[in-house]
Design a protein around this ligand. Sequence first.
Ligand SMILES: [Zn+2]
Length: 306
Amino acid sequence: MLTKLYPMVQFKKDTWEIDEFDCASMFLLIGTEKAMLIDCGMGIGDLRGAVEMLTDKPILLVLSHGHIDHTGNVRQFGEAWIHPADAQMPMPESLERRRSDIEHIARRQKSCIGAPYTMFHLYPYDILTDVREPGVDEKMPVLHELQDGMEFDLGGGRIVTAYACPGHTAGEMVFLDNQTRTLIAGDALNYNLGVGAVPLETTLRAMKRLKDLGSEYDSIYNGHHDFRALGAPLDDDCLPTVIAMMEDALAGHIVPCQEPSFWGQDIPLTRDESAKPRPLWSGNRVTLRRGRNYLSIDPDHLYETP
Ligand SMILES: [Zn+2]
């Protein structure tokens, strides 16, 4: 039987953060009529089974973007909403690539406490059985277009609005929940942000809009609990710092950070070096740093009009 032992926290009423064993965070928002699941991880275990332990409402799956660690269990669900710019990405990614990234994340997380390579025993899953090819009955879901400004009515007055926030991917979306005044940002915003799918100028405009929406939310949650505790929001400085860093870069102040980026840290590896993750973006990459904020950009892709 596939694992359902995801750590999970109800951090606001009818609002859960589900942790896919350090790989990714999924969010479950339960209304009186429907439940919205935001993202579906790398594809470890029986996510749908775990969600159905929390709610018996029909599940509406929306995807913040098309990356491997947000779409892995998509075939457990009959339909999903995703921005068309990301809809061509493989869902899920290959089994080999998913296992490789999961191993990388486990090494990154557990090596910091000095665990040996048997660290997988610290997680309640088995990478060989819980990370799998989709079953024959798990067909590609019907994909619906997720567009800027689209509203989802979960019942009982709970409305979730999707906003486009291109940068991390061209189809990156964030979700604003009116009931709990929460912004769920996928990978659009975090302390180790990678952008470059669109000109930086376009991304900055989207970031400023998130800031302008600030009177409608009290907290922001991103798609990984790496620089925050499970169930705890991002600190308030994250968004203004990212905006300031982007403004600086667009003004020509691009000073590469001397330290390796979060993903590029020199982690003691005890096996196959070739299992390192491939870069998520093509083109040049430069990592900038301000305090604990890392921002990886493409210095050749800054302006909408070159
Ligand atoms: Zn991503």
